[in-house]
Unconditional design. Structure first.
Length: 257
């Protein structure tokens, strides 16, 4: 199902490209650089409580503008980025308090940094001033990524999950609402990333301004919906889903060549 959505996105992008050259012809190629900030989380099933993971991202980009169809400028934009993704766990008791680890006597913290090389390819549609002015644009298309590093940061050796076995021989597990974690899920903390190849669909929108003899500047907000999982998702695997969801804020500079 996820792969079908991915290929639908590629088909949509191909269709948009194939419909080019029915309006006013354009032949403009632009290159540039961009950088920004990425807020990421992993959609786990079963659910893992998280905060948004913040990281930098940036890279190079190229755009080919092929035509103007009525008031819409149609282009293809491709990028090569490095992005710091991952997740940061929200470790709390049932009372919403920090979990104090019995060994370290400090509040437990866990963060996973996963760095990717990413290649998005967009249908870039814009409206407004074509030269020396401001236009609004949207980007839509598939994105693939390849993991290049995986780093874990935590301040404990063993998580305090608040599982307490009574001494009278009962088999029931009792939970402490004031000391240990509200969630007992810890498998994700030690599991290595199984699938280094990531893929999904990205949608962005923003504004772009061209300054004569200087170049084009644009500010974009983008959302990436991951269709691949970082862990195995078969019936014998622990997690049924472990996909990225990312919000990007990006500032870019381009120049026509």
């Amino acid at each position: 199902m996820m792969r079908r959505h991915f290929f639908i996105a590629i088909l949509l992008l191909t269709t948009l490209c194939a419909n080019a050259q029915v309006g006013e012809y354009r032949n403009r190629f632009s290159v540039g650089v961009g950088a920004g900030y990425a807020l990421n989380s992993i959609s786990f099933q079963p659910d893992v409580q998280q905060k948004m993971h913040g990281g930098l991202f940036g890279g190079i980009m190229g755009r080919y503008t092929a035509e103007k169809y009525f008031s819409t400028l149609c282009a293809i934009q491709a990028e090569l980025n490095i992005a710091q993704l991952g997740w940061e766990q929200k470790i709390q008791t049932l009372d919403g308090l920090p979990v104090i680890n019995p060994e370290t006597q400090v509040a437990e913290q866990y963060k996973r940094d996963i760095t990717y090389i990413q290649i998005p390819v967009f249908a870039h549609l814009s409206w407004g001033k074509e030269h020396r002015g401001v236009n609004a644009f949207v980007n839509l298309g598939p994105q693939i990524g390849l993991m290049i590093s995986d780093k874990t940061t935590c301040n404990y050796n063993k998580p305090f999950t608040s599982k307490m076995f009574p001494s009278d021989g009962e088999q029931e597990i009792k939970w402490s609402s004031k000391k240990g974690r509200a969630s007992y899920l810890v498998e994700q903390e030690t599991m290595p990333v199984e699938n280094k190849l990531d893929f999904g669909i990205a949608l962005g929108a923003g504004i772009e301004a061209e300054i004569k003899n200087i170049g084009r500047f644009n500010l974009e907000g983008r959302y990436y919906y991951g269709l691949g999982n970082i862990y195995g998702d078969s019936k014998r695997d622990f997690f049924g889903k472990s996909a990225h969801g990312t919000i990007y804020i990006r500032l870019s500079y381009l120049r026509d060549i």
